[in-house]
Design a protein around this ligand. Structure first.
Ligand SMILES: Cc1cc2nc3c(=O)[nH]c(=O)nc-3n(C[C@H](O)[C@H](O)[C@H](O)COP(=O)(O)OP(=O)(O)OC[C@H]3O[C@@H](n4cnc5c(N)ncnc54)[C@H](O)[C@@H]3O)c2cc1C
Length: 503
C-alpha cells in the first residue's frame, strides 16, 4: 500500500529530507537487517524514517494517527508488525544520548545506545552493566525492556525491567508519558510513581513487545560497581576477548560424574555467595567454539557438525550424565577475596565428588562483558532454537525431562544430544535459574525446531513451567487471563490500532 504524498511530506517536515526514504533499495536494506530467528511474512515498509529526538518521534506518531498509517519501531532487529501493509518503519538508532551518574549508579540513555558503547564508558569509571549474550551491539533500552539478562545476573539480579528507573514514552496515540522522577524534574534516578507505578504498563519482560503500546524514548537504568583495573581487548572481530586482571578474576572449570552432584554443588556455591557467575557448560558449546571463525559459520558450518559427531557425541554416549561446570571467581573489594573464593569453591567441589577442578591459566572472556562474537557462535550449527525456562534450580532440573523427551521425537533432523546436561545458568545467587536447551538443525530443517519448541511449550503448561515468550492463547487461561488485560491497556494507549498488534 503506497503512502500518500501528503502524508510523506508531513513526515519529511518532522525529520528533514535526509532522514526519511521510500526508495525500495533503502527500505529493503533497512527492514531485514539483523534478524536471527527470521521467518514470518515480512513485507517491505512504505517508508523508513530515522528520528533524532523524542519530539520527532511524537511528531511521526501524531501524523500516523492523523492519516491512520501503521508503524513499527526498532533499534537493531526487525520489529513486530512488519507483516502489515504500508508500515512506517521507525528506526531509533540516531537517538544516542547517554549520561552516566557515577555517584548515584545510574545511566540515562536513548534507544540508540548500544551495550558496547555503555559498557566501554562504564569500564572507564569502574562500573559495569549486563551485556546480553546476543551481542554488545544491541540496544540497552530495547533489551532492558524486553529481557535484560546476562550471566552476571547471578550476582547483580535478574530481569531488565527491575533495573529500569524513570522512563519517557511516546504512546501509540502520540502522547508523551513520563514515569517516575522524570515526571517531576529532568532527572531519571527513580522509577516508581508518582501515584501508581506505571512501569509494568509499558514494559513486558518475556511477553509481547512493548512497541505494541508505544515507543520508549529515554530511560534511566541502574549500573553497578566494578573493578578499577583495565580489561585488555585482544584478537580481531569476530574472534575477540578481554584479558581480565588476574588479581580480580579466576575462571574455574570443574566436572562432576552426574548432573545431580553438579547442580547440588552449584546451589551450594550460590548459598556461599561466591563468584560473579556459575553455570553448567553443555558440550554443544565446545562444538560451537570449534566452528567459530569458520567461513561457513552462517550457512551451517561443517566444523560444528563434524566436531559433534566425531568428538563430543562418542564421549556423551559413553557418559551422558557427566557434567562440566564453570565459575568466574570475583575478587572485588579486597585483594584477599579471590583466594577466599577459590578456597570455598574447592571445598564445595570436594564435598560433591568432583573428578576435575582446575583454574584457567589466563583469564579471558569472550561473552559476558562485551559479547562481541556470541551471535556468530550461536549460528555455528546452521539454525538453532533455544527452549528456555525461568525456574528454581530444582524445577528447572525436573523440566529437562520434558525437553529431552520431546527432542527425541524430532531427532533427526534435529541434532541428537543424547540427553546430555543442558545449560543451567543460575541468577540471584541460585534463587532463580535459567534453563536454556539449545537445539540445532540445518538451515533447511529449521521448521522442525519450531515444532519441537511448540511440543515443549504444550507440556510445560501442565507442570506450571515458565517459558520465555509463551503463546498467549495457551498460557493466558492459566495465567490470570493476562492477554485480555493487556488488550485493554493497548486499546487505551493505541486507540487506532496502528502500533504492532499483540501476537
Ligand atoms: C542468539 C541470541 C542470544 C540472546 N541472548 C540473550 C541474552 O543472553 N540476554 C538477553 O537479555 N537477551 C538475549 N537475547 C534476546 C535479546 O534480548 C534481544 O534479541 C535483544 O534485546 C534485541 O535487542 P535489539 O537492540 O535488537 O532490540 P530490537 O530488536 O530493536 O527490539 C527488541 C524489541 O523491543 C521493541 N523495542 C525496540 N525499541 C523499543 C523502544 N524504544 N520502545 C519500545 N519498544 C522497543 C522492538 O519492537 C522489539 O519488540 C538473545 C537473542 C539471540 C538471538
Amino acid at each position: 500500500m503506497a503512502l500518500s504524498k501528503e502524508a510523506y511530506q508531513a513526515l519529511e517536515k518532522v525529520v528533514g529530507p535526509d532522514w526519511i526514504s521510500n526508495d525500495p533499495a533503502i527500505l529493503e536494506a533497512d527492514h531485514v537487517g539483523g534478524g536471527v530467528h527470521g521467518g514470518g511474512d515480512i513485507k517491505r515498509p512504505a517508508a523508513s524514517i530515522q528520528p533524532e529526538t523524542a519530539e520527532e518521534v511524537q511528531g511521526i506518531i501524531k501524523i500516523c494517527n492523523k492519516y491512520k498509517i501503521p508503524f513499527s519501531a526498532t533499534t537493531t532487529n526487525p520489529p513486530p508488525g512488519l507483516d502489515r501493509e504500508g508500515v512506517i518503519f521507525i528506526d531509533l538508532k540516531r537517538m544516542r544520548k547517554l549520561k552516566i551518574d557515577e555517584e548515584n549508579l545510574y545511566a540515562t540513555l536513548e534507544p540508540g545506545v548500544s551495550f558496547a558503547a555503555l559498557q566501554g564508558e562504564l569500564f572507564k569509571r569502574g562500573l559495569v552493566t549486563f551485556v546480553p549474550m546476543c551481542g554488545g551491539n544491541v540496544s540497552v533500552l530495547a533489551n532492558t525492556l524486553n529481557v535484560g539478562e546476562g550471566a552476571i545476573s547471578y550476582r547483580y539480579g535478574d530481569r531488565g525491567y527491575r533495573r529500569v528507573l524513570a522512563t519517557e514514552w511516546v504512546t501509540a496515540a502520540g502522547d508523551v508519558l513520563k514515569i517516575g522522577s522524570s515526571a517531576l524534574q529532568d532527572d531519571y534516578f527513580w522509577g516508581e510513581g508518582p501515584g501508581p507505578d506505571l512501569r509494568g504498563l509499558m514494559a513486558s519482560a518475556n511477553l509481547e513487545s512493548p512497541t505494541t503500546r508505544g515507543i520508549c524514548t529515554k530511560m534511566g537504568v541502574r549500573v553497578f560497581p566494578f573493578i578499577e583495573e583495565e580489561m585488555v581487548p585482544q584478537g580481531d572481530a569476530p574472534v575477540t576477548s578481554l584479558l581480565l586482571p588476574s588479581n580480580r578474576f579466576m575462571y574455574y572449570n570443574f566436572v562432576f560424574p552426574n548432573k545431580e552432584a553438579a547442580l547440588n554443588a552449584i546451589y551450594e556455591i550460590g548459598k556461599c555467595e561466591i563468584g560473579l557467575f556459575v553455570m553448567t557448560v553443555p558440550p554443544w558449546f565446545f562444538a560451537m567454539a570449534r566452528a567459530r571463525g569458520s567461513a561457513e559459520v552462517l550457512t551451517g558450518a561443517a566444523g560444528f557438525w563434524d566436531y559433534w559427531d566425531n568428538h563430543e557425541a562418542p564421549l556423551i554416549r559413553e557418559n551422558p550424565n557427566q557434567t562440566t561446570c564453570r565459575a568466574l571467581l570475583y575478587g572485588i573489594g579486597s585483594d584477599k577475596r579471590l583466594a577466599y573464593e577459590e578456597k570455598v569453591l574447592l571445598s564445595i567441589c570436594e564435598d560433591y565428588g568432583t573428578t576435575f577442578a582446575r583454574a584457567s591459566r589466563r583469564t579471558t572472556d569472550e561473552t559476558h562483558f562485551m559479547s562481541s562474537d556470541a551471535i556468530v557462535s550461536n549460528l555455528a550449527g546452521g539454525r538453532f532454537t533455544s527452549v528456555i525456562l525461568f525456574e528454581s534450580l530444582d524445577h528447572a532440573y525436573k523440566c529437562t525431562d520434558i525437553v529431552n523427551a520431546n527432542t527425541k521425537k524430532h531427532v533427526p533432523p534435529v541434532l541428537d544430544d543424547y540427553g546430555t546436561t543442558n545449560w543451567f545458568l543460575p541468577f540471584e545467587m541460585c534463587h532463580i535459574c535459567k534453563l536454556e536447551c539449545l537445539r540445532f538443525a540445518s538451515v533447511e530443517d529449521a521448521g522442525e525446531l519450531a515444532l519441537l519448541m511448540d511440543d515443549c511449550h504444550k507440556d510445560f503448561v501442565d507442570v506450571g513451567a515458565f517459558p520465555v515468550r509463551p503463546a498467549a492463547e495457551r498460557y493466558g487461561p492459566k495465567w490470570e487471563n493476562y492477554p485480555e488485560k493487556t488488550k485493554k491497556f493497548k486499546d487505551l494507549l493505541d486507540p487506532n490500532h496502528l502500533a504492532p498488534p499483540i501476537s
